[in-house]
Write a protein that binds this ligand. Structure first.
Ligand code: ADP
Ligand code: MG
Length: 726
């Protein structure tokens, strides 16, 4: 590609050009970097296109003729748009995406090459996978891991200044077919949910052929000037500030939320958005969030698999484009103490192939019976597996956010809203277990539609809230790969739908009419699971007490929360559904414990380094200045200037300095102790219970010093700068 055309492809340029020539319509370029259905229809022979769509819709294997034809068309399309390389794009258990680029070139003799991509290269690759975490699924001597094409998520072009690459979404599995990634279990969970939901729909809606879960992920993030970011090794290496006194002004005036967007930020946003539109990500909203320099963007919802990939692209593009604007985009859950952290609300629902939202209350009692059947099954799923759901969003970053008065606590509960609650309460009370159809009708099931459609209640404090036609899972952290929580959510709901179906069948065997049978199951299911429903303020300490009484788990630290991955119950449901085998569950558990302690270990090391090389020397310098000043004063007028406050200042500085030195030593000692351990679980617990608590006093001491030591001696940017200058 020529130099000029490469420049053209930089999105900022493109957009500016488009603006100046008056053609900045998003619809003109939306999805132009996606090898989607439209493009395929245009470029593939009819029969091949039909076969591929059949494979995508019905989960059939793509045969090699089809793969060859698709690969050829994909390559032509990508090369015509300036791509020189292709890659299998996958999501290992690290939580971020991975890619290994191969160029299209194929030597054809005489020192010449041609661009080529074969079906077999599209379908499967064998990256050198020994460095990806496998949690014991693959020993190093058996390093082979395979990436395999996932045709249900479209290939796309990552077009960045410097070059374009064709990215092919793939799953990543071991030699024995065990999942080494987050996508394989997600796809399996989508499949089992489809089958389980169809099993229920068969009583109500005979027309649905397929059910899929939908996801709309609201992404929160911070932006700070890149200079500040690079000047703080804590932000650079851990994603969060490990030190930092609060700024006198934080978010107390609440003047940032939905405030006007500053120009520099706006330029960044439009640049990032135009990149994402080209990638077919349907971003819909953008706004300022509650904390200073905190923002949010949200797309229109899509099928979960594609929505998960799109959110990975959103995170990637936000970070890359920020750098282009000399900004740093912080996706970490709690980059700054004392102001709100960032989450990723996962709006989730179920839809049929014809686009009907199953969680949308219907217009007829019959439709509402269907809606309520799904609703109570979801409530029951959360009740039964709340610990697993909590485990699915556990990370060292999210630990700081959950329950910190800005995000839901670690207690997983369901919010339904007043009206829906009263409908379910009526059903629970209004029917006897022998209920005839007449009895069922007597408490007015027919009045449900009008009531349900009005459901506009909001409870911003609930981790899992019904918001009228979808659930909003608010406990997910901003840095998460949504595949993990969504796999769990889809799986527990699928499992419960199968149970619900069994219960309906049992009622029907008693010769009850369908309506009565279903209502009885709704009543019973709600009764058994309503303990997980909570309508009040989830942030209040009273709720923690009440939840404990109800037996709901409240696990605040990651290593403990992760235990639910491999509880007997979880292993059983994952196994029954064939979403994760026992060894796959075990491997995930180990990878996550490993990730946890390593993250805390890095934080501890950065703290020691910053304390020793930045804050302690600054305090010593100041102490020296004060001591010198006092000693000079002592020599003046025969020492008659008492300077009691200066003496106090020196005492205070010296004592803080001594404290900082002592606390740094304690942290170093605990790290030495940690280095004698080797088991991932043992390490995770040690770092959580022994190492991490030592961060608190050291930070407090250093933050106090920050308030005393002269600004010019403090070598790292302060909160007021990072949060207010942009
Ligand atoms: P809020 O009040 O939380 O801002 P919105 O209606 O703006 O609610 O929706 C927020 C997110 O929810 C968007 O990403 C949107 O696409 C998504 N959403 C809406 N309907 C659904 C649905 N049926 N399934 C999944 N996500 C949905
Ligand atoms: Mg929302």
């Amino acid at each position: 590609m020529s130099h000029t055309s490469r420049l053209e492809s930089s999105s900022a340029k493109l957009l500016n050009n488009a603006r100046s020539s008056g053609v900045s319509k998003i619809s003109d370029y939306f999805g132009c970097n996606v090898f989607g259905a439209e493009t395929m229809k245009l470029l593939l022979p009819k029969e091949i296109y039909r076969k591929l769509q059949d494979s995508i819709q019905n989960g059939k294997k793509v045969d090699i003729d089809v793969a060859n034809a698709v690969a050829l068309a994909m390559k032509k399309w990508a090369v015509s748009k300036g791509a020189t390389h292709y890659c299998h794009w996958f999501q290992p258990m690290t939580g971020v995406t991975a890619e290994k680029h191969d160029s299209f070139i194929d030597p054809v003799g005489n020192g010449k090459v041609l661009e080529s991509l074969l079906g077999k290269q599209l379908v499967q690759q064998e990256p050198d996978a020994s460095s990806f975490p496998s949690g014991g699924l693959r020993s190093t001597f058996e390093a082979r891991g395979y990436t395999a094409w996932d045709p249900t998520s479209p290939a796309f072009l990552m077009d960045v200044p410097g070059g374009a690459t064709l990215c092919i979404p793939t799953i990543f599995v071991s030699y024995r077919g065990e999942s080494l990634d987050t996508k394989t279990p997600l796809l399996r969970s989508i499949d089992v949910l489809n089958r389980a939901a169809l099993g229920i729909l068969k009583y109500f809606d005979q027309t649905a052929i397929r059910v899929h879960s939908t996801l709309g992920a609201e992404q929160e993030y911070f932006l700070i000037d890149r200079g500040y970011y690079e000047d703080r090794s804590d932000l650079l290496l851990t994603g969060r500030t490990l030190f930092g006194a609060p700024s006198p002004k934080g978010q107390q005036l609440e003047d940032q939320y939905f405030g006007s967007i500053r120009e520099r930020v706006f330029e960044f946003m439009t640049d990032a958005e135009s990149e994402l539109y080209k990638l077919g990500v349907p971003l819909k909203t953008r706004h300022n969030e509650v904390a200073p320099n905190q923002f949010e963007c949200a797309p229109v919802f899509e099928e979960t698999n594609v929505a998960v990939d799109h959110n990975q692209m959103v995170m990637d593009v936000l970070k890359r484009v920020a750098a282009r604007h000399d900004l740093a985009c912080l996706l970490y859950e709690k980059p700054f103490a004392g102001v709100n952290g960032s989450g990723k609300h996962c709006n989730w629902s179920l839809a049929t192939d014809s686009g009907k939202n199953i969680l949308s209350p219907g217009d007829t009692p019959h439709e509402n019976l269907q809606f309520l059947t799904f609703l109570v099954s979801i409530i029951k799923a959360i009740k039964e597996h709340s610990a697993l759901l909590r485990a699915s969003i556990a990370s060292s970053g999210n630990d700081h956010r959950l329950g910190a008065n800005e995000a839901p606590p670690a207690i997983m509960s369901v919010f339904l809203g007043e009206q829906l609650t009263s409908v379910l309460e009526d059903i629970e009370k209004g029917v006897t277990s022998k209920g005839t159809e007449a009895e069922w009708m007597s408490f007015g099931i027919d009045h449900l539609p009008a009531v349900l459609r009005d459901n506009t209640d909001r409870n911003r404090t609930s981790p899992f809230a019904f918001t009228g036609n979808k659930f909003e899972f608010r406990a997910v952290g901003s840095a998460f790969n949504n595949a993990v929580p969504l796999t769990v959510l889809n799986s527990i709901v699928a499992f419960q739908l199968v149970e619900t179906k069994k219960e309906i069948e049992a009622q029907l065997k008693l010769k009850k009419p369908l309506k009565a049978a279903v209502l009885e199951v709704i009543r019973k299911t709600y009764k058994e699971s309503k303990g997980v429903c909570f309508e009040g303020n989830n942030y209040s300490p009273e709720w923690a007490k009440e939840a404990a009484k109800r037996g709901l788990p409240n696990i605040t630290s990651t290593p403990y929360a992760l235990e639910a991955w491999r509880s007997k119950k979880s292993v059983e449901i994952f196994g029954a559904l064939k979403v994760l085998s026992e060894s796959e569950v075990e491997s995930r558990y180990h990878v996550l414990q490993d990730k946890y302690w390593k993250e805390i270990d890095i934080e501890a090391r950065v703290m020691v380094e910053m304390a020793q090389t930045q804050f302690i020397p600054a305090a010593i310098e100041y102490q020296t200045q004060l001591a010198n000043s006092l000693s000079k004063l002592g020599k003046l007028e025969d020492g008659k200037i008492a300077a009691p406050f200066q003496k106090e200042l020196l005492k205070k500085t010296s004592s803080l300095l001594e404290r900082a030195l002592g606390e740094t030593e304690s942290l170093k000692k605990s790290l030495e102790k940690a280095s004698t351990l080797s088991d991932a679980k043992e390490l995770a617990y040690f770092y959580c219970d022994e190492v991490k608590p030592l961060f608190i006093p050291l930070r407090q001491t250093v933050d106090e010093l920050e308030g005393l030591v002269p600004d010019y001696l403090w070598s790292v940017p302060k909160y007021r700068e990072m949060l207010f200058i942009i």
